[in-house]
Design a protein around this ligand. Structure first.
Ligand code: SF4
Length: 502
């Protein structure tokens, strides 16, 4: 990593066609160069001189977290896909086959998770408004067409489909007209999140055409700008030719009486360690805008509590607000990055414990009380039009009054969104009389609608379920015959009784 004086050069992006230049300049091993070349046929790849010179530690490549965050890696596609891309790209005669393979692999990577292209898109006079998403009542997401790229791309990006040059997969508004009509028709929407890509890739003049009209809409109270530029190109607020103009535009929003929130995106403490990023935050804050920080917890980049603790402390020290830690979505190379939710909750809790009070503004996959996590999950499920939201409250000892009270609260809070469809008590087939006691206590706290009898694949026969069924008067609905999701099967009373008396 080259530390030193602030970068004052013009922005220049490097993509797949520059991989040889990058490899030669920074000493990338041949196999890493080849991996980047193959995987970037499918997934977007873009870096810039600041990321290359000031954020990546080239002595630690390929394990370096910033290298992992910005360069395609082996394992992001299956070995078979990577081999196939290697073979097809080696022979120019296979160009057509290569294009088909790329399309097919992209299709398998779930480019628009949760049907986001169809769901949550508001209608105006019966037609979808392009470049708008409406997940929550008060907030609209706005994707200005000219802001649908970034100063560098994150390898985990769950909006990667925006960047692969396929107009059908792209979310973008040509101008703010549709947004303004929507806001005027919906005075209940107070909060506009301008997002992308990264709106800060636009020149200030262009950005102004999207922001200024919002100031004429009385009902808009908060303008949020989602941006990774403070981390990937802080020059945008410091040395770019129109950096000062951008800050004046921010002041204009603040002076209009609106809240301006810069939703900055930092994934690793190193992104806050440069003079430029510190200056950028200082200059943004001087406009009256508040810098909120958020990022996903992802394997290979920041999947340990120590990194998050340093990150949140660095944000606080810079005068920004640690705001949110989220988890990877099921799109793109998510298998490569995913961290099990239980582990994510542990990392969050371990990092949170180390924080001074002022940094405890941060929220994450765990850390609040279980009822509020369940509440958020159901809210998100409704916003995503999910068929079912499954809340697993496992690990609750019926002998602990606090945990039982918590369980009751989870159900009460979730019911604020609507009726709870099923409350299933999960009992091990290995459980003896204790199972009956558990069932009684649980039934007192929540209205159980059915029982799931697990571990029936072993020698245990689960006879206790007969007493439990009599006591609770609810049916056994499912049996567990293993540990995979497909091992859950409908309960068959006859087969169960046969097995019991065998
Ligand atoms: S900055 Fe945001 S939108 Fe751009 S690549 Fe990274 S995660 Fe995706």
């Amino acid at each position: 990593m080259t530390a030193g004086a602030p970068e004052t050069t013009r922005f220049r992006a490097f993509g797949p066609r520059h991989i040889d230049t990058i490899a030669d300049r920074y000493g990338l091993p041949d196999e890493v160069r080849e991996t980047v070349r193959r995987i970037s046929l499918v997934l977007p790849f873009r870096v810039n001189s600041y990321v290359l010179d000031q954020l990546i530690d080239w002595d630690d490549v390929p394990g370096d977290p910033m290298f992992q965050l910005t360069f395609p890696q082996r394992g992001m596609l299956t070995g078979d896909d990577e081999d196939r891309l290697g073979k097809l790209s080696a022979d120019p005669a296979d160009r057509l086959l290569l294009r088909e393979a790329v399309q097919e692999i992209r299709g398998r990577l779930n480019p628009h998770p949760s049907g986001q292209q169809q769901l949550n898109v508001p209608l105006q006079d019966g037609d979808p408004v392009p470049g708008l998403q409406h997940k929550y009542r008060e907030t609209v997401l706005y994707f200005p067409g000219q802001g649908q790229t970034c100063h560098a791309y994150c390898t985990y990006c769950f909006r990667w489909a925006q960047f692969i040059g396929d107009a059908d997969l792209r979310f973008a508004a040509p101008d703010p007209g549709g947004l303004l009509d929507h806001l005027r028709a919906h005075p209940e929407v107070h909060d506009v999140l301008v997002t992308g890509g990264d709106p800060m890739v636009m020149s200030t003049d262009r950005l102004r055409t999207h922001l200024e009209p919002l100031l004429d809409v009385e009902t808009v109270r908060t303008v949020r700008i989602g941006t990774k530029s403070v981390a990937y190109w802080p020059q945008r607020f410091v040395t770019d030719a129109d950096a000062d103009d951008a800050l004046r535009l921010f002041e204009q929003v603040v002076d209009s009486g609106r809240q301006l929130a810069v939703m900055a995106h930092f994934s690793h403490p190193r992104e806050l360690a440069t003079d430029l990023s510190q200056q950028a935050i200082r200059r943004i804050r001087a406009t009256g805008a508040v810098v909120y920080c958020q990022a996903p917890l992802i394997a290979h980049v920041n999947d340990d509590a120590e990194t998050w603790s340093r990150l949140w402390r660095a944000e606080l020290a810079a005068g920004a607000v640690p705001y949110y830690q989220f988890v990877e979505r099921d799109t793109g190379p998510h298998e490569y990055f995913k961290v099990p939710l239980a582990r994510a909750a542990e990392i969050f809790a371990d990092a949170y414990r180390t924080l001074p009070g002022l940094a405890r503004t941060v929220r994450g996959p765990e850390g609040g009380d279980p009822a509020s996590i369940a509440f958020d999950a159901v809210k998100e499920g409704i916003a995503e039009a999910a068929d079912v939201v499954l809340i697993d409250t496992a690990g609750r000892l019926h002998t602990k009054t606090g945990l039982m009270d918590e369980l009751g609260k989870v159900k009460r809070v979730v019911e604020k969104h609507g009726p709870v469809g099923e409350v299933l008590l999960v009992l091990d087939a290995t459980t003896g009389q204790n199972g009956l006691v558990q069932a009684r206590v649980f039934a007192e706290v929540v209205d159980i609608t059915g029982v799931v009898l697990t571990k029936l694949d072993g020698t245990a026969k689960g006879g206790i379920i007969i007493a439990v069924q009599r006591e609770l008067g609810v049916p056994v609905k499912l049996v567990g015959l293993g540990e995979g999701p497909d091992d859950l099967a409908p309960f068959e009373p006859e087969a169960f009784v046969d097995a019991l008396i065998d």
